[in-house]
Design a protein around this ligand. Sequence first.
Ligand code: KG4
Ligand code: ZN
Length: 356
Amino acid sequence: MTAAITFIGLESSCDDSAAAVVRYTPGAGAAILSNVVAGQDLLHAAYGGIVPEIAARAHAETLDLVVAQALRDADVRLRDCSGIAVTAGPGLIGGVLSGVMCAKGLAAGAGLPLIGVNHLAGHALTPRLTDAVGFPYLMLLVSGGHCQFVRVDGPNAFARLGGTVDDAPGEAFDKVARLLGLPPPGGPSVEAMAVRGDPDRVRLPRPLLDRPGLDLSFSGLKTAVLRAWEGLDAPTAADRADLCAAFQSAVRDVLAGKTARAIAAADVPLFAVAGGVAANRAIRDALAAVCRSAGVRFLAPPLPLCTDNGAMIAWAGIERFRLGYRDDMTLAARPRWPLDAGAAPMLGGGRKGAKA
Ligand code: KG4
Ligand code: ZN
């Protein structure tokens, strides 16, 4: 029998410094031995968004501690690992650079193979880590920095079927929350208010839903919320709840409508969703219902593996390692790195990093 493969994975492309140890045993599958995430919410709270320089500095200061913790939790020594995987992009360049430099140091010090991973590939391969699914499948990455439909045909074969042309949905949730004076993080705040609101009192647009194709847009929706809010004389708590409900329904309808279309276009037996927005109950339920009526399996990995984490990077590293990929000390940090090199480039920089 072939020996087990144990990887440590490092992630630092946005505002989470993360490290995890994952082991793949032929015949037995994947096991997450540890998964450590150090967030930076408090550091950025005063600024209303992520400050790239603060994020980079925090990653540089925190990563080695997070790595040590991940090894301790897993009860694994660095020299017993088979290799080190690190997010090499896309993302905020200072953070990606911190991770790549840390991983290079560890690889050189311990004499281990180094593997650079595309952050989006980490998200896209997560269903294979959690549920050992086969190829092909369709993935919706939907968070504060990402929104795209990807057909996953192999560990290194991704077809981008469509995505946002401006904001990511999580970014829109965060902006709407700020606009309405709700506390961060925006998604859960808006969702909690929406439960109490009437989604039909204010009619908001469903951007691009009436157009063919799989591209999405959320920036106009946020502006529509702003107009509706400014149109109120003395807004009440009920007005706020109604606007949250209307906004959430609009995002839900757009994501559900485009998902139905993406499933038809991709012709796959499984649809999986990942990213912070997948935590939204109304959106998740709507996507599950779309899958039921299309007759495809629906998969939403547990939330700690949907949001940014080191386990998905370790796993993507193992997948690449098994295919024979190796990087060396010339591995570069890339602010932009499209998953599907053949797809048209995306617009916009994105508050939470590059939208690849
Ligand atoms: O995946 P994630 O932790 O980080 C990245 O953006 O990469 O996603 C965070 C995003 C934030 O924009 C947050 O507001 C949104 O996901 N989010 C939600 C919910 N929980 C988190 N959006 C809608 N409803 C939620 N319950
Ligand atoms: Zn991410």
